[in-house]
Design a binder for this molecule. Structure first.
Ligand code: HSE
Length: 318
């Protein structure tokens, strides 16, 4: 059953790894992308906002391509689409912009044809496209997720974020591609470092699950990827080392960077001090950055209703 009137969906941004949980842990954030998808006589794109500037407006567009994989999987032919998009998620900064586009396209396309594919199937398809499950899992399911990927299938467990957990990010004014940040990683690591990360990631997962924010300062430490990526984001090593002394529960590179993420405890009110520290350290390295105070987003991709007469931008601003 194809919904001729079209569908409108909202997808959260995400942060991946949370320090030690490389390619494993993800958390959805209250920063969003929206996609409207309708059957059409010929394909047309409407891209809104500076974060989508320069993206293709023909059938090579990622959202169109991903939607077609859903139709092919479901045995449906729907070659012409009208697609409207807006995104508040900065591109290529480590806040899951590509994952939100993939998840949004899969979710919208599946909804458009009456949801023949399960959420688990969409997650497998999203992970196969993104190559790791952390960002796509958070964008699809919301909250905090821990996931494993065997190359074909992803298993996931969603964790409700602790009520007092908040997030402060510093988004440097330069882009860093995930492929470049992955090329910086070694092919092999020592058993000692592997044990270090397994233990810290496990403790972090347990601490988040049980609301033990007091364990986060220790649990967020990492030896698997951040030390090797530090030279790509000048100032990062000092921020990771000293953020807790300025009120953070812990700090990490957000995904593959360059955004730096601090987890905070809402009850401590340390954001002003921490924000000053982040901007000062980056500034000393000649890096300008934008800070954002965010929260974990408990919902993943959701359908929005289009009840009245109105445009795409009317609906999403409502
Ligand atoms: N886990 C991935 C990485 C996230 O750190 O390379 C990339 O968005």
């Amino acid at each position: 059953m194809i919904r001729q009137e079209g569908v409108l969906i909202k997808v959260p941004a995400s942060t991946a790894n949370l320090g030690p949980g490389f390619d494993t842990l993800g958390m959805a954030l209250n920063l969003y992308s929206w996609i409207e998808m309708k059957p059409a006589d010929s394909t047309v794109f409407r891209l809104h906002g500076e974060n989508l500037e320069g993206l293709p407006t023909d059938k090579s567009n990622l959202v169109y391509q991903v939607a077609q994989t859903v139709f092919a999987e479901a045995g449906v032919t729907l070659p012409e689409l009208e697609i409207s998009m807006k995104s508040d998620i900065p591109l290529t900064r480590g806040l899951g912009s590509s994952a939100s586009a993939i998840v949004g396209a899969l979710f919208a396309a599946n909804l458009l044809i009456g949801e023949p594919l399960s959420q688990a199937k969409l997650f497998d398809m999203a992970t196969a496209l993104e190559k790791h499950p952390d960002n796509v899992g958070a964008s699809l399911f919301g909250g905090i997720i821990t996931a494993v990927w065997d190359g074909t299938h992803a298993d996931v467990l969603r964790i409700e974020p602790p009520a007092d957990l908040e997030v402060l990010v510093a988004i440097p004014d330069f882009q860093l591609s995930t492929s470049k940040a992955r090329e910086a990683l070694p092919k092999q690591i020592s058993l000692q470092d592997a044990v270090y990360n397994v233990s810290h990631s496990s403790l972090l997962t347990a601490a988040l699950t049980s609301g033990r924010l007091d364990l986060i300062p220790v649990a967020m430490r990492d030896r698997l990827h951040q030390p090797y990526r530090a030279s790509l984001v000048p100032g990062m090593a000092r921020i990771l080392e000293e953020a807790t002394a300025h009120g953070a529960l812990g700090a990490a590179l957000s995904g593959a960077g360059p955004t730096l993420l601090c987890l905070t405890d809402r009850r401590k009110g340390a954001e002003d001090q921490l924000e000053g520290f982040l901007l000062e350290v980056l500034g000393e390295q000649g890096i300008t950055a934008q800070t954002m105070r965010l929260k974990p987003c408990t919902l993943g991709a959701v359908a929005l209703t289009m009840e009245s007469e109105g445009s795409f931008l009317d609906y999403i601003q409502a």
